[in-house]
Design a binder for this molecule. Structure first.
Ligand code: SF4
Length: 248
């Protein structure tokens, strides 16, 4: 057992790739090993990445609305708009951006959209994972916080934030890049509502046990990929899977 001779082992992983494997190992194989990328994006994905680009521009002192416009209207034929359209999404995104600006969060960035590609070392045993961990932190503040922006159709909970592997990945990255421990991770959740968009902040922290747990889960995931374990996780979610046409 192992990867087939047309497949090569990845050199890195991300929090998202781990999540895809957890949801459906076969989907992970199709996208991350075989490289089948789907052209069409969902409206939610286009909207979320447009908000990210606008906030990035805002924190860099650039024109946030222009960044938003470019992002929403870029190649609209590549998006599955379903019941929506670019104008509707743009108007809603502007409303959310204005609401965010009014709240004046006073985050003073040390870095914006900080990329990382780091070695992951077990803080207890010093064992190193064979693949590096890649990702990007939305904002790292001058006073030691990591801030991530999420767009969501509803509130996210403290339990969700406390269990989110992404925050543990950020904590590893912060330590590796800045040689100190972050004060915490703030999730700024922009709630997508046509009438009244909202902003909710959730603070979470990571300790040694969280990092050891992340390390063990990542090690297990890498081991299974190396052994070529990619079962299909069939279920109701397959209806929304971008790979259903080549899988089922
Ligand atoms: S259609 Fe279902 S089983 Fe197939 S890759 Fe997608 S989630 Fe997995």
């Amino acid at each position: 057992m192992g990867l087939s001779n047309i497949e090569s082992e990845p050199r890195h992983f991300s929090y998202s790739s781990m999540r895809v494997y957890e949801n459906c190992p076969h989907k992970y194989r199709l996208s991350y090993i075989r490289g089948y990328w789907i052209n069409k994006e969902s409206t939610a994905l286009r909207f979320g990445s447009a908000i990210h680009k606008a906030l990035e521009a805002m924190y860099k002192g650039q024109d946030a609305k222009l960044a938003l416009k470019k992002s929403i209207y870029e190649k609209p034929e590549n998006v599955l708009w379903k019941k929506s359209n670019p104008d509707r999404e743009y108007n809603l995104a502007v409303k959310m951006l204005e609401m965010y600006d009014k709240k004046k969060l006073h985050l003073i960035p040390r870095d914006v959209e900080k990329m990382f590609n780091i070695e992951v070392i077990n803080p207890e045993t010093n064992e190193k994972l064979p693949w590096t961990l890649k990702g990007k932190m939305d904002i790292v503040t001058k006073d030691g916080w990591i801030c991530d922006h999420k767009t969501s159709s509803g509130s996210l909970t403290q339990t969700w934030a406390d269990n989110e592997f992404q925050a543990t990945a950020y904590s590893f990255a912060y330590k590796n890049l800045y040689k100190e421990t972050e004060k915490g991770i703030i999730y700024n959740v922009l709630i997508k509502r046509v009438k009244e968009p909202r902003l909710e902040a959730i603070v979470t922290r990571r300790d040694l046990s969280d990092k050891i747990y992340f390390f063990e889960v990542a090690k297990d995931f890498i081991g299974k990929v190396r052994m070529g374990i990619f079962p299909k996780n069939k279920g109701r979610h397959c209806k929304y899977c971008q790979y259903s046409h080549i899988c089922l």
